[in-house]
Design a protein around this ligand. Structure first.
Ligand SMILES: *[C@@H]1O[C@H](CO)[C@@H](O)[C@H](O)[C@H]1NC(C)=O
Length: 330
């Protein structure tokens, strides 16, 4: 093989390696499903089982929810009430915009600038739930999630989140003891992950939403937390759909815009998009190779009748390096 080709291939491998490395955690999310930390149905007592009382109660009995103010919209009242009715002995905290900001200002002033600077209100709603869980502990529940049974069995795990399709974890229901290392890591990472990714949906997902949480989860999990430091995962069957599931998911709230339809469309057509991606990728590599081959095979470049011995853009300042040739020769 020619030396030039070898160098070309090495550069390609290096470039691809760097690309893969930068999206490694994302790729990892495609294969890691959290089953190692799954809260299995076998270990969960049935809704009215006496075994519930015998389990440790680590997470404090607090339910956190968030909304703009205290006037909950009609379509979520039923879901909210279902959780209140089942948990009369739990403390209930509704974090309105006003209360949330006061809390951040008083307890986490280092975060206030990021918090106030968030472009979309949902980003404040996302972040406040991590802070209250890290601070007070308890269970956070989205307003469009209703309760299907008492959450007591879930109090036995120091920290848990919910598995979501097609990949990663969600932030719509979560539970933790106060100052759990995972949620401390989460709140600590928020300022660093606050970036604009052009499409609002992606910016929200990756800065404060489920994608952000999933990335932190992968980084955290890679360090191999054991015992009370582990983050346990609630799988779809235990989340909803069954009589023994903990939650019922109501009509989705729609903070989504047009870009979400694009993303959902992409998610539905990911096989086709992957194939196109590979075709485009290989075409680019092919073009680069072709270009490289041309430039290395012919040491002269013709530009507007001038012929150069070396690439004109590399030596333009040294006029002596090229020579004028006869235009009629061509
Ligand atoms: C609460 O917020 C909603 C939505 O922004 C608004 O329509 C409503 O008037 C507010 N209610 C009060 C009591 O401020």
């Amino acid at each position: 093989m020619r030396k030039g080709v070898l160098i070309f291939l090495l550069v390609q491998v290096l470039v691809i390696g760097m690309l893969v490395r930068s999206v490694w955690t994302l790729l990892e999310l495609l294969v890691i499903d959290g089953s190692r930390d799954q809260i299995s149905r076998a270990e969960l007592p049935a809704p009215n089982s006496g075994a519930i009382q015998e389990r440790p109660q680590l997470i404090p009995k607090i339910i956190h929810q968030t909304y703009v103010n205290t006037s909950i919209p009609e379509n979520w009242k039923e879901a909210q009430q279902s959780c209140l009715d089942l948990h009369e002995d739990y403390e209930y905290r509704l974090w309105t915009d006003k209360k949330a900001r006061e809390f951040i200002a008083a307890e986490y002033p280092w975060f206030l600038e990021t918090y106030d600077g968030y472009e979309h209100p949902i980003m404040r709603a996302d972040s406040i739930r991590y802070f209250v869980l890290a601070h007070f502990g308890g269970i956070y529940i989205d307003l469009d999630d209703g309760c299907n049974r008492r959450l007591d069995p879930l109090l036995a795990y120091p920290a848990w989140v919910r598995r979501t399709a097609p990949t990663g974890i969600s932030n719509d229901v979560m539970g933790a003891v106060p100052r759990h290392p995972f949620f401390l890591r989460v709140i600590d990472s928020l300022p660093e992950y606050n970036r604009n990714w052009v499409l609002p949906y992606i910016s929200i997902m990756a800065s404060t939403g489920p994608l952000f949480l999933s990335l932190i989860w992968r980084h955290y999990d890679r360090e191999g937390p054991v015992g009370v430091d582990r983050v346990r995962i609630l799988f779809p069957d235990e989340y909803n759909n069954h009589p023994w599931s903990f939650f019922t998911h109501h009509i989705g709230n729609s903070w989504h815009g047009k870009d979400v339809q694009l993303i959902f469309w992409m998610a539905r057509h990911w096989v086709m998009l992957t194939v196109i991606g590979f075709i485009v990728g290989f075409s680019v590599i092919g073009c680069m190779y072709w270009t490289y081959g041309r430039f290395s095979a012919t040491p002269r470049y013709r530009i507007r009748g001038w012929r150069y011995r070396v690439a004109p853009w590399s030596r333009l300042e040294k006029k002596g390096d090229y020579e004028r040739s006869d235009r009629h020769e061509v």
